[in-house]
Design a protein around this ligand. Structure first.
Ligand code: NAD
Length: 504
């Protein structure tokens, strides 16, 4: 039977996508549109407007006007807290529709989006609740006079201003929340650009913000591809900060583009995160299932922090590979609305070609293909499906062990000594995450401290709203989550105030 997602479009309430500028939804000024093709079926799912440079300028002007009006940044703290909490409730109330819209956008199956916390609507709602709690607690310091005498030295946290928030397509709930919640909690205004491969979900999330009571102009949306829409945004003179999640290549472009007006920048980029599986791992089968699961289930390895490199002690190497192989064989593909389907296709044909190219490179470079390595056919031939792929006996300097593939490909590298494992783990340009599987708590902590990565899981891994998340090295700049994230949407101001004329 041919796979189709068309019957879900109406029941989900998918409508043509528009821009949101100063509280008004509209098609923009250019008349150009983007047709979204479903990654599992190739079908045209819907259309949305492509913003022009003039639309982007209007959105930035609206955000600047809203910022200067103080309608949000100067509103009573109690009102802002209420809006953010109400929004969290609205997300929870609309979770089913949002998950369905996501399935139409990026084909992440409902079975996954309703069970895995980090990428769930519930996690996004929790992020808003968490940040609502900071609104009335963003304090500064009062310092004792350094030079003696009678004066006050104080610091204040002030909102950074107008933020450009740019999202990738893979985890819209969490990534929207990790940017918009701290930006709003800090009192900023926002121009948001969703990915062209995941727009409809984000537009619905934005609609709900107005229902929660966010004043018009506080958050504006421009839709369309990176070039021209993203480019118009990151090069705009009146943006104070760019908060970006996406690929390393675009991250570097954003750093360049920010130089003109010295915009503040935070970047959440890619990774090649290792799982270190020691011989004393409490359950090698579970370590293997967790590792290959993150590379194949749900997003089909299109997750920044997935452990796509497994460094496995030689004593448990065969056991690990056998368990990972068994788990790979259990991954199911197809209609994201089918409860029996647990994984997704690759997002587009470009990504499909890239992943298949890396698989060929792995074979050429001599890695042993344990399973997978090909595109799925039959009923799935119209989609961008690639079979779960495991390469064993991989050298850590091989391409498949060094580059972010963003597909269902696990590279397994053997090791013997703990020091060797740490060296291999750190031998990468990236540093987003890592997992350590060991029953020896001293070893687990010793190794965790030596790993050059932003988030380490010991015998398991979760992203939580209050825990900073981000990358060492080329995995990014700055952190999202917790207080450090809100502070990154503020400027720190020092005020010096003499209390007598003598010090003036
Ligand atoms: P991408 O870099 O291709 O696109 C991300 C966003 O940037 C999209 O909205 C895109 O339209 C926009 N963009 C593209 N070119 C632009 C330009 N010149 N100027 C401004 N904006 C531009 O990434 P993607 O394919 O959407 O997502 C996959 C990447 O995201 C992977 O590398 C993955 O590791 C990374 N990612 C990182 C995290 C994290 O938290 N560290 C989370 C999810 C994804």
């Amino acid at each position: 039977m041919t796979l189709t997602v068309q019957p879900h479009r109406e029941s989900v309430g998918l409508k043509a996508g528009q821009l949101l500028i100063d509280g008004q939804w509209g098609p923009g000024t250019g008349g150009a549109t983007w047709t979204h093709h479903h990654p599992a079926t190739g079908e045209a799912v819907g259309e949305f407007a492509i913003a022009t440079a003039g639309d982007v300028d209007a959105a930035v002007t609206a955000a600047r006007g809203a910022f200067e009006s103080g309608a949000w940044s100067n509103a009573r703290a109690g009102k802002r807290i209420k809006v953010l909490h109400r929004y969290g409730e609205l997300l929870r109330e609309n979770a089913e529709q949002l998950r369905a819209l996501q399935a139409l956008d990026n084909s992440v199956p409902l079975s996954f989006s309703s069970t895995i916390y980090a990428t769930s609507v519930e996690a996004a709602a929790d992020v808003f609740d968490h940040h609502a709690g900071w609104v009335d607690k963003l304090g500064g310091q009062t310092l004792p006079p350094y030079q003696g005498g009678d004066h006050l030295a104080m610091t204040f946290r002030e909102p950074i201003g107008v933020v450009a928030a740019i999202l990738p397509w893979n985890a819209p709930f969490l990534l929207f929340a990790q940017k918009v919640a701290p930006a709003l909690a800090a009192g900023c205004t926002v121009v948001l650009k969703p990915s062209e491969y995941c727009t409809f979900t984000v537009l619905r999330m934005v609609e709900l913000l107005a229902d929660a009571g966010l004043p018009p102009g506080t958050l504006n949306v421009v839709t369309g591809p990176g070039d021209p829409v993203g480019e118009a945004l990151i090069t705009h003179q009146d943006i104070d900060k760019i908060s970006f999640t996406g690929s390393r290549a675009v991250g570097k472009r954003i750093v360049e583009a920010s130089a003109g007006t010295l915009k503040r920048v935070s970047l959440e980029l890619g990774g090649k995160s290792p799982a270190l599986v020691f011989a004393d791992a409490p359950n090698v089968g579970l370590a293997a299932a967790t590792t290959i699961g993150a590379v194949t289930m749900g997003l089909s390895g299109q997750a920044c922090v997935a452990n796509t490199r497994a460094l496995v002690h030689r004593d448990v190497y065969d056991e690990f590979i056998a368990a990972a192989h068994g788990m790979a064989a259990a991954i199911t593909y197809g209609d994201p609305f089918d409860p029996g389907v647990i994984s997704a296709p690759l997002i587009n044909e470009r990504q499909l070609g890239r992943v298949l190219g890396y698989i060929e490179k792995g074979k050429e470079e001599g890695a042993r293909l344990v399973t997978g390595g090909e595109r799925l056919g039959g009923d799935l031939a119209a989609g961008n499906f690639v079979a779960p792929t495991i390469f064993a006996d991989v050298s850590n300097d091989a391409t498949v062990a060094q580059e972010e593939i963003f597909g269902p490909v696990l590279a397994v590298v053997p090791f013997t000594e703990e020091e060797e494992a740490v060296r291999l783990a750190n031998d990468t340009e990236y540093g987003l995450g890592a997992s350590v599987f060991s029953a020896d708590a001293q070893r687990a902590f010793r190794v965790s401290r030596k790993l050059r990565a932003g988030t380490i899981g010991v015998n398991g891994f979760q992203i939580e709203p209050h825990l900073p998340f981000g990358g060492f090295k080329q995995s990014g700049l700055g952190r999202e989550g917790g207080l450090s994230s809100i502070e990154a949407f503020t400027e720190l101001k020092s005020v010096y105030l003499p209390l007598t004329d003598e010090l003036m």
